[in-house]
Design a protein around this ligand. Structure first.
Ligand code: ZN
Length: 271
């Protein structure tokens, strides 16, 4: 009997526990290089540290999370990627027949926060090391909300030593970003006491820690047809998320009704 139980256990998917906060952060970092252009298997390869030809061509080996899961198999990593999708950090979106990864709202909040922290950390290292001559074009064409949040965080340091870097950046970016950079420079020069808020910046959160441990539960959705609330179970959510579908719009009885009607029409067509 014990052997049987043992066997049963082995057949279950290996990943049953939640991912740790650090793992979620690293997977989001890895996903950032692929958003809207790659899918689950390329994400798993980045995390594996694969030498895949396409991966190297796209320079995905420069991602900070490259090789983070080097000790796991691609299959084990893919399970973790799927956990991220089921738990609403990443989402699949079909482009023609290609399932591409995008951030969910929650995933993007965390990514914006940690990416801007990472950028700020890099800037701090540069000013500590006295490096002022940096080509800032790496910040161009990035998500505007994220860039503005980063600028807000630079302003929040009240550290004037960032001004030379800001001035370099100003040389290469677009008008709207230039304007925000000037605001931050003025804020640092005037030793602004209040927090600078830039319009259009991604939301700045005091802490994102609550976002990591949200228990999964059935959701109550409202039926578009009859207005009644219905339950969307965790198992159904998994199916929908892995299929890249939007949440169901109708309750099961309205869905059945529509099916019956459609069948009805079909019969009428034959009359
Ligand atoms: Zn209904």
């Amino acid at each position: 009997m014990a052997t049987l139980n043992h066997k049963k256990k082995q057949m279950k998917p290996e990943l049953e526990a939640s991912l740790k906060e650090e793992e979620i952060r690293q997977i989001l970092h890895a996903a950032d290089s692929l958003i809207g252009s790659g899918g689950r298997s390329m994400l798993a390869k980045i995390l594996k540290g694969s030498r895949d030809k396409k991966l190297l061509e796209l320079e995905l080996n420069t991602n900070v999370a490259y090789g983070y899961y080097g000790y796991l198999t691609l299959e084990q990593i893919t399970e973790r990627v799927d956990w991220m999708i089921k738990n609403d950090f990443l989402e699949l979106q079909y482009n023609r027949d290609m399932p591409l990864l995008i951030f969910t709202e929650k995933g993007w909040l965390i990514q914006c926060d940690q990416l801007t922290d990472l950028l700020l950390h890099q800037w701090s290292q540069w000013i500590e090391a006295g490096i002022g001559d940096i080509d800032m074009s790496y910040l161009k064409d990035r998500n505007r909300g994220m860039i503005l949040l980063f600028l807000q965080k630079v302003a929040g340091t009240s550290d004037e030593r960032f001004i030379p870097l800001l001035k370099q950046w100003q040389l290469v970016d677009y008008q709207k970003v230039k304007k925000a950079i000037m605001d931050v420079i003025a804020h640092l020069q005037n030793k602004g006491e209040s927090r600078l808020v830039l319009e259009g910046a991604a939301p700045q959160m005091e802490t994102t820690s609550d976002l990591f441990h949200q228990p999964r539960e059935a959701e109550r959705l409202k039926c578009w047809e009859c207005g009644k609330r219905f339950e969307w179970t965790v198992e159904e959510q998994d199916l929908f998320r892995m299929g890249g579908w939007d949440p169901p719009k109708r309750c099961s009885s309205c869905r059945d009704e529509r099916r019956r009607q459609r069948e009805g029409f079909t019969w009428n067509d034959f009359d």
